[in-house]
Every structure is written in C-alpha cells, then in structure tokens.
Design a protein around this ligand. Structure first.
Ligand SMILES: NC(=O)c1ccc[n+]([C@@H]2O[C@H](COP(=O)([O-])OP(=O)(O)OC[C@H]3O[C@@H](n4cnc5c(N)ncnc54)[C@H](OP(=O)(O)O)[C@@H]3O)[C@@H](O)[C@H]2O)c1
Length: 264
C-alpha cells in the first residue's frame, strides 16, 4: 500500500459514510418530511417530493432550488395504491436511480372517549400501513436486486402499546413497525439498510392541538436525528430523540391491568 502524498488529508471517519445521491420522500409537503427533503438536498441529494398538497410540495421544492439543490415534485395520494408503481418508476427514472426511500406520510386522529369512527380508523390504516407497504415494498425489491439502498419508515413511539386515547393510530403504528422489522429481517442480508424511526413529540401540525408535549423537538431537529440514523447503517430501529427509548421500555413493561387505568 503506497503512503499518501505529503499534505494529503487522511479521512478516517466520514460524518456521512453512506451518501445519498437520489432520494424519494413520501409525505414531504410539511412537518418532518419537508425538513428531511431540505436537509437531504443540502447534503447534495437529488430529492423527489411526494404528497397530495401540490402547492406545499412546490414551496418546499422552491426553497431547495433557491439554496442550489435539486428537487422534483409528484402529486400523489398514497391510498391510490395502483398508482404507486407508476409514480415510483417515473421518479426513479428521472433521477437516474434511487439510494433512499423515506416513507413519512401519516394520518392521525385522536377520537374522544366513546367515539368510534370507522372512516378515520380506516384512513389511518390505509395511509400509515397499506401506503407504507405499497411504497417500501417497491423499494425493497429494487434495493434487493441492486444489493444496496436505504429504506426509512417513520413510525411512532405510539405503536409500542394499544392506547385507549388513540386506538386506530396506535394500531397503525404497531403494524408499521412490525412491517419494517419484517422487511429488515428479509433484506438486510442483501446490504439493504432498513431504518425504523419512532419519534416522540415533534412540533408539527399533528401535535398542534396538544397542551402538553413533553420532550418536544422541532421538525428540523427530528430530521437531523433521522438522517443521522439513516447514514449510520446497520438497519437500526431508533427512538427520536433517544430519551424515548427508556420511556418505551417502561411503557412496554407496565402490566395490562394497570396500563388500562392510565389516560394514555
Ligand atoms: N409530530 C409528531 O409528534 C409525530 C410523532 C410520531 C410520529 N409522527 C409521524 O411522523 C410522520 C410525519 O408527520 P408530521 O408530524 O411531520 O406531520 P404532518 O406535517 O402532518 O405531515 C404528514 C405528511 O403526511 C402526508 N400525508 C397524509 N396523508 C397522505 C396521503 N393520503 N397521501 C400522501 N401523503 C399523505 C402529508 O402530505 P399531504 O397532506 O400533502 O398529502 C404530510 O406531508 C407521520 O407518519 C406521523 O404519524 C409524528
């Protein structure tokens, strides 16, 4: 092995060992998804922004382009499952391939006690679970074939237990976390990095109605922590921020007869 030339910097550890050249962010019109798209573009990635609200997507894309980044936009409702392959292929083709898929789309309703709303529960399952399966499955097949790539799914700490205040949402996030784990167990062996993100409280439209938001962080901070986990590799499942891991550990061990008495 030849010695490096005098004055050559030796980089022992890059802050971003896996650089993302091309990324799709599903649910990029606001909140964490918009921040993820902006931060990915700032790192040099060509980013595709997906969601229903085209004007919000275009506004995020304009911010990215004004800062010298590259962004394209696709108006898409994730519950239009039959459209997913066409949108995925069009965006991937336009960017010349794909290294990262982030599934950030999410629906959340917190019904009052004694309210049972099938339409809301159905929407949460359709967006948070079936949409996630439709999008991540395509990326999984693609990344398995190319022997590399990263899939990030934004789940939630809410999926750790079935909560009386949000039955549909906690069910959907538990299912999403299980799906991500199964995907990881299936394709990590092919060099694909499958990352599950379980945020606590993040200051977005989803939590605007809440009076108390312990340990709340900004969407920008959440995006920074999510990308750090995605770059690290090793298919992690991480709480964002990390302090929620201890909370989750405690919550998981509360016996059922006690948990049902808590107003969670
Ligand atoms: N905020 C928190 O405290 C928190 C905590 C844990 C987990 N999360 C999760 O984090 C993710 C992002 O949420 P956020 O807090 O950043 O809130 P947000 O600003 O409301 O973002 C939600 C995103 O989901 C997209 N979306 C919703 N329904 C969709 C549909 N049918 N088709 C396509 N996209 C759809 C929205 O885009 P369009 O409306 O433009 O379609 C939007 O971009 C969600 O999965 C949420 O469950 C949030």
């Amino acid at each position: 092995m030849s010695a490096p030339a005098a004055g050559t910097a030796i980089r022992t550890k890059s802050p971003h060992p896996s650089k993302f050249e091309r990324a799709i962010v599903v649910g990029a019109s606001s909140g964490m998804g918009a921040e993820l798209a902006k931060q990915l573009a700032a790192e040099g990635a060509h980013v595709a922004l997906v969601g229903r609200r085209e004007s919000e997507l275009e506004a995020v894309a304009a911010t990215i382009r004004a800062a010298g980044g590259r962004a394209i936009v696709a108006k898409h409702d994730v519950t239009a499952y039959e459209d997913v392959p066409r949108v995925y292929e069009a965006l991937t083709k336009e960017m010349g391939g794909l290294d990262l898929l982030v599934y950030c789309s999410g629906a959340q309703y917190n019904p009052d006690e004694s309210v049972y709303d099938f339409a809301q529960d159905r929407e949460m399952i359709e967006v948070n679970v079936i949409g996630a399966i439709a999008w991540t499955q395509l990326a999984a097949a693609h990344f398995e074939a190319q022997r590399g790539g990263t899939i990030v799914g934004i789940s939630s700490i809410a999926g750790e237990r079935g909560r009386r205040t949000m039955p549909g949402y906690t069910t959907s996030k538990a299912a999403m976390s299980t799906w991500m784990e199964a995907l990881r167990n299936r394709i990590a062996r092919y060099g694909v990095n499958v990352v599950t993100i379980k945020p606590g409280f993040v200051d977005t439209a989803k939590t605007a109605h809440l009076a108390k938001k312990p340990m709340v962080i900004s969407p920008a901070k959440a995006a920074e922590l999510i990308l750090k986990a995605a770059h690290r590799g090793g298919s992690p499942s991480v709480f964002v921020p990390g302090q929620w891991q201890l909370v989750a550990l405690i919550i998981r061990h509360i016996p059922s007869f006690l948990f049902r008495k808590l107003n969670l």
